[in-house]
Write a new protein. Structure first.
Length: 373
């Protein structure tokens, strides 16, 4: 049997591409080395925000946020989405300047962010510190329960008729006259087209096709508290991006913000760094003082992929007809479903509403400087 499409990588990007391609009439196989959505898509902070999204991705993130908010309709299953207000806080003059600049750029790109005073921020979020000088306020914010993502996608993919193969590592790809021969731990899978959606593993995956694309691996530390009484109702961050904070309906508070641990793509998150974990927690308590009474229940590290210009790698693989890549989306949990859906539309021969992010730009000898964050 030859499939119309094989997707390698079962996170949000791979799962969404496979789902919409299958619903569009393609015979799709999805290959994942472990359970669905248990790498970056299942261990991130679940934040759905415009205030930590790169400016170039704001139009995509807005549409993706709407997808998350209506997940029951298109995914068919609950992923614990909570739509709420969001605040990005500034405690110093330098942070005020940074916040004003970044909020302005994101607003120009379409994000409904307005600047409010510290007093206004406390009216929006009574739990926030009285030391806040300025805040970015956005009504398009929220979060999902990343742990539920894999369960929801599994059910949706099976209902769509996808040939779902979890716990099936892929070791290589060969080009054939009619497409691709994919070597897996349980035999060969053949497909006319292939999508590489392996997150931080996109670099070695592309090497199977003779393409070298460096992908940086971030090792983000996260902390979750015990269940506590309600101390906040918004998503809270700070101007420099080093805090991601929200309280789930059952009472736990998830603290993130990209504080780095030790690890790599081969070994995953190897070691948490206590001093950085403490710094992250102290920053959270500085933003929401009543968190000082909470106890830390668990901490872990999740991997995140990033290209040289911190923009996605989504589109055809140059020089390899029928091969595509989808991943390395900064704040990929927010924007991922929409960007992956765009690729599925392209594969189905339809004109996407917004452009993809072809990797040709990343294969040149020089890369343009990063734009505003």
């Amino acid at each position: 049997m030859i499939h119309d499409l094989a997707v390698i990588g079962g996170g949000v990007h791979g799962g969404t591409t496979a789902l919409f391609a299958a619903r569009g009439g393609m015979k799709v196989a999805l290959l994942e080395r472990g359970p669905l959505c248990r790498e970056a898509s299942g261990v991130n902070a679940g934040t759905l925000t415009m205030q930590m999204t790169r400016v170039a991705l704001i139009p995509y993130a807005l549409r993706a946020h709407a997808m998350w908010a209506s997940a029951r309709e298109w995914l068919g299953h609950d992923v614990g989405v909570v739509v709420c207000d969001g605040l990005s806080l500034a405690f110093t003059q330098q942070e005020e300047e940074l916040l004003t600049y970044r909020a302005g750029k994101r607003r120009e790109a379409g994000a409904p962010i307005e600047l409010v005073s510290g007093a206004q921020a406390r009216a929006i979020e009574p739990g926030v510190s009285d030391q806040v000088r300025l805040a970015g306020y956005c009504k398009v914010d929220g979060f999902a329960n990343a742990y539920l993502t894999g369960l929801a996608y599994r059910r949706a993919l099976l209902e769509a008729g996808v040939d779902l193969r979890e716990n099936t590592p892929v070791s290589g790809i060969d080009r054939e006259a009619n497409g691709f021969s994919i070597q897996t731990s349980s035999g060969t899978v053949r497909a006319r087209r292939v999508v590489l959606a392996g997150g931080v593993w996109i670099e070695p995956m592309l090497a199977w096709l003779g393409v070298h694309l460096p992908i940086k691996t971030l090792v983000n530390q996260l902390v979750v508290t015990e269940r506590v009484r309600p101390v906040m109702r918004t998503v809270v961050g700070i101007a420099n991006g080093l805090l991601s904070l929200k309280q789930y309906p059952h009472g736990t508070v998830v603290i993130g913000g990209g504080w780095q641990g030790i690890g790599d793509r081969e070994h995953g998150g190897v070691e948490l760094l206590p001093d950085r974990m403490v710094g992250n927690v102290r920053l959270a308590c500085h933003a929401i003082p009543e968190l000082k009474g909470a106890r830390m229940a668990r901490a872990w590290a999740g991997l995140e992929a990033e290209t040289a210009d911190a923009l996605p790698a989504v589109g055809p693989v140059p020089g390899v007809p029928g091969a595509y890549v989808c991943g390395s989306v900064h704040s990929g949990y927010t924007s991922g479903p929409y960007i992956a859906r765009l690729l599925a539309e392209h594969l189905l021969g339809r004109e996407p509403d917004l452009p993809l992010f072809p990797i040709d730009r990343l294969l040149n000898s020089s890369i343009a400087p990063r734009g505003p964050q």
